[in-house]
Write a protein that binds this ligand. Sequence first.
Ligand code: ZN
Ligand code: ZN
Length: 353
Amino acid sequence: MALLHNRVSQKELKELLFQETEPRTTISFYEYFPIENPQQFRDELYQALKDLKVFGRIYVASEGINAQISVPDSNVEAFRAHIYSLPYLDGLRLNIAVDDDGKSFWVLKIKVRPKIVADGIEDASFDMRNKGKYVNAEQMNELLKDPGTIVVDMRNHYEFEVGHFETAVEVPSDTFREQLPMAVDMLKDQREKNIVMYCTGGIRCEKASAYMLHNGFKNVFHLEGGIINYAQQVKDKGLDSKFIGKNFVFDNRMGERITEDVIAQCHQCGQPADTHVNCANDGCHLLFIQCPACAEKYKGTCSDACQEVVLLPEEDQKASRRGVEKGVHTFNKSRSRLRPRLNEINNINNQED
Ligand SMILES: [Zn+2]
Ligand SMILES: [Zn+2]
């Protein structure tokens, strides 16, 4: 029987990747479509992609596929041909990452999951085939001219905070599964209006659009390929960007600047700033917005308490972290977690005054 999993150690695989001389192209894609037997689909896909030396992370569910992969440049066309030969996937939009060295993955992992995007929807009559209409960047700008259009941001708070469509409304929860019923409730009196939903890459808002239709909304649209694709089209076609600020993405840059507008504030001093950092105290690691002056003043930490820790010798820092799970605050409820800390900071400052 063919081997459908890796049997070589992670370390060896990583070394093999860095020995490769051929460049790789980083590609992401997703599609909602019915997969009758996800395990069988997964096994066949694994075999085909392994032959093409594809690395990356792919989720397969009965509702579709979501993939982030790298493909050796000489196999990109063969990869495309294979994907397009599968039912429902002909002509699928493949997003090619531009400034990426293709070294993010060194193994192919394809996992079967209950959903490609966890949604908490238990209603068996919910059907992803009935989804909103795609809009491209030009159509998005056109819809935005109508003051009656409601634009809904389906991302997390920390993403919205540094960049969003000018008139967008935020759905204030940190999890997508909570946002879905919340969006329905927030807009329950607007069922006849044009509702446009968007997210970073399109996968969440596509599901959200189907959920709105499922809940009786009539005119639901979603931004094709999300903000990433919108920004690209704005650049390529010289359009006016109605998205202001930064598009937060999970990479070293912590976001791509779309317009020069700085719409957020430093969480420590309140000055305009939109640079996300993780607290330099590894035992904290909180994600927050910090201006250069505060980065200097607090040594890259979120509070006096964390600053005290980073000033300790490494041994003592390790001791202080014992029993504290590293990274527990990462990318999660940044503001609500920060608020007690901000109060703490303000109290300390007030005492000093
Ligand atoms: Zn500041
Ligand atoms: Zn901290």
